[in-house]
Design a protein around this ligand. Sequence first.
Ligand code: M6R
Length: 612
Amino acid sequence: MCGIVGYIGDKNVYPILISGLQRLEYRGYDSAGIAIFNGDLNVYKCKGRVSDLENHVADKDTGGHVGIGHTRWATHGEPNDRNAHPHTSMNGNFVLVHNGIIENYAELKTTLQKKGFTFQSDTDTEVLVNLIEYFYQSGEEMDAETAVRLALSKVVGAYGIVVFCKNEKNRLIAARKGSPLVIGLGRGEYFIASDASPIVEYTDSVIYLNDLDVAIINKDSLTLKTVENAPVPFKVTKVDMSIGDLEKGDFDHFMLKEIFEQPKTIEDTFRGRIKPDHSDIVLGGLLDIFPKIMQARRIILIGCGTSWHAALVGEYMIEEYARVPVEVEYASEFRYRNPILDKNDVVIAISQSGETADTLAALRMAKEKGATILGICNVVGSSIARETDAGVYTHAGVEIGVASTKAFTAQVTVLTLFALKLAKEKGQIAPELYGSLIHELAEVPDKLKSILVMHPHIKEVAAKYKDAINALYLGRGYLFPVALEGALKLKEISYMHAEGYAAGEMKHGPIALVDDNLPVVVVAAKDSYYEKIVSNIQEVKARRGNIIAVVTEGDDTLKAMVNDVFEIPKSHPFVTPLLAVVPLQLFSYYIAVMRGCDVDQPRNLAKSVTVE
Ligand code: M6R
């Protein structure tokens, strides 16, 4: 949540800040602001998008070579001009952008107020910048860096910050705890951002800050130390991201581009991991830790939102084929409920961003209790990827649309590989079945292409249901999590209320909702539950519900029974979730567009949820 950027060097800073904020806008879009130093300190900020900020500064002085910027996802204080970042300290010496939450801000604010500090905003961030100012004024010899470190030592909560001090004109100070921060290394210049996307245009050499790191950044030098003033060696990493990955190309929205990328991203995720003759799977990231995984008493999959849905698919696959007990937990519940965990447990965190606060905290808790912790992350170098004992990256590429699409199918692909590999190593799967399921997975990209070409039909169906108030999604077995994911996609981007349900549960409550106004989306591909789900469809039909079914190609029985169908190619049920979810992603997308919603940046949401 919230995106921050900073630059120090010889370039004109304004375009760097604006394009950086545009790339980070997926992290929050309640307000935007910049501070640029050019002899004077110019701070411009306003409610709304980065484009609103551009209009706001159109006639203003934006010259300068040092600056910071922020795009906000509101926590403390409503989205308005006053609460927009950057925040300036009362005496005007410091200006700061912040991503995170200062949990003890109220207590700190009272203390500062007693010392005569006054505040202009409702934010926790303004408290932090004034705390820095307070320490700065506390001694003759005090410099900005020491004041920042002293202030941070008093703070409870999470922060990624970039600070500028008016009296130290050629320096930026950055620090992190809990919220990500990356420093890009140029020649005689440095870039700072919440992720590498604003940086890759200029350099592929980056340093990922660790928790409690403080970076003192001059145009020609960089020093890293801890909040406690101990030196920190830094490791320069190469980022594998291209500008093309960050642009929409010919698509109207990032979400649509990302849906259409899935044949490639699924292939990228399994390529190099399955042998060309489909005889085996190699998960390089888990090689050393596999003996521990083999001994695990149980596997616990944790995640949030879409990643939690991927975990549910994983649970079904691992239990069915590897015969290891699996539990799936919402990270936000798991971290607080004192679960029973020990060294016999393997906890796998699933996260696109690798920065989700609840997932990260749950993982840390599991580690403390002695469990082996693994990650399935998309963002390379993210906090979860770095804090786990081992892991497997999904290779979905940068996902910018707030609604997760290609990350979900990439996560399910990794879980498919993992379940099969574990099944094989445990001797739970016959070699022929092992080979044929690998083969099934390898065929998914081509099958997906044949679904994607049906987008005009999906759009036509979407037009029929775009004005509905509610929708119900049903599925069974491997397709139950797909129903949940379909409902989540619809509600988050179109604001139409949608519920996902295990189809067998319908008669225990949701059936009361069914009438001739309710679209009921049933994921009913041919698998071992088929007959049961056909009965559920009959039950909905008997109550005059409108049924849209995802069916296996050539299923004339269901075609005749329901109002609309999305056909998917015949496949083994094990890989069907990868196919069945795609028409539902497109269905949500078209409905949201027709309802005039901002598909890539839906209201109240942010891509990377780095607050609890
Ligand atoms: O980055 P993560 O996978 O950890 O994010 C988890 C959820 O915040 C995320 O999946 C969210 O539910 C998406 N908006 C769903 O489309």
